[in-house]
Design a protein around this ligand. Structure first.
Ligand SMILES: Cc1cc2nc3c(=O)[nH]c(=O)nc-3n(C[C@H](O)[C@H](O)[C@H](O)COP(=O)(O)OP(=O)(O)OC[C@H]3O[C@@H](n4cnc5c(N)ncnc54)[C@H](O)[C@@H]3O)c2cc1C
Length: 247
């Protein structure tokens, strides 16, 4: 059968009514919620991309919250999201209380923090909010690709298993009880690293001021802005939202 030339092109689906299948802790500060939805096999995304959840708010109505697709299994129509447990805020609390059968609307996928396949090497820096994106990107990288990743977590109990075929060097930096947020842990770790030869690509996904400091540091060391994908995933006092760090 042929399609008439004037037929409108089919637009990819953009909205998903996610239904909770199960929820459990994957680390003390990280709760995984596994969802199902009709047509999830039609969700096409790149590792690192996120969905915008329409999160119920205590005062009524909903607010937008961005959450990374941790994995998608098209065969079983299941998708997982890892929620940082940072307190009693709407999204963190929703994940803590999620039970099988609960539903939430999601839109997407969205986001530009995806692997730049042409790079000679890859540098990742993330806190717990960026960890789902970086872990998924590492899983999808081609065998042998040189990758260097720094993860800032509260302590060793919040470290996750890294599965990758890349030639990856992984480092964990611990806050050891200090509050998450503005600080120099990731910056100090990356500053001590000798950048490899060739054209690299950096992916910085964490608290906004830390991402900005890392970006400026890498620019100062000669990386071009086009070689740095940097997004502020949260910031003290910010409610939901998204900071593109492009300066
Ligand atoms: C593209 C993108 C992808 C993201 N992916 C993930 C993901 O996969 N998993 C994930 O957990 N987060 C992720 N985030 C971050 C998440 O969207 C924010 O942390 C969001 O603000 C949480 O919503 P909330 O309702 O829990 O808190 P909000 O109501 O937004 O904020 C309430 C208070 O909590 C503070 N706060 C928010 N987040 C944190 C935090 N992590 N630590 C400490 N204080 C915080 C805020 O500054 C504010 O003062 C992502 C963000 C973006 C932009």
């Amino acid at each position: 059968m042929t399609t008439p030339e004037h037929a409108p092109a089919l637009r990819p689906r953009e909205e998903w009514l996610l239904e909770v299948v199960e929820a459990f802790d994957v680390a003390p500060r990280l709760r995984r919620v596994v969802f199902t939805a009709a047509h999830l096999d039609e969700l096409h995304y790149q590792p690192g991309q996120a969905l915008v959840l329409r999160m119920p708010l205590p005062e009524g109505g909903t607010g937008r919250r961005d959450y990374t697709i941790r994995w998608l299994d098209r065969a079983t129509q299941r998708l997982a999201i890892d929620f940082v447990q940072h307190g009693s805020a709407p999204a963190a609390g929703w994940a803590r209380a999620a039970r099988a059968g609960d539903t939430i609307l999601a839109a997407g996928p969205r986001g530009r923090t995806v692997i730049a396949a042409e790079a000679d090497w890859h540098l990742f820096a993330a806190d717990e909010t960026g960890m789902p994106a970086v872990l998924h990107m590492l899983e999808a990288m081609p065998a042998g690709a040189p990758a260097f990743a720094w993860f800032e977590v509260d302590g060793s109990r919040n470290q996750m298993l890294v599965t990758t075929q890349a030639n990856a060097t992984i480092a964990w930096v611990h806050r050891d009880g200090a509050r998450p947020g503005p600080g120099t842990l990731l910056l100090d770790a990356v500053a001590a690293f000798v950048l490899p030869p060739g054209r690299g690509q950096a992916y910085l996904v964490a608290e906004t001021s830390n991402v900005r400091a890392l970006r400026q540091h890498l620019i100062g060391r000669g990386m071009d802005r086009s070689q740095i994908r940097s997004e502020g995933y949260w910031r003290p006092g910010r409610i939901g939202g998204h900071d593109h760090v492009d300066d």
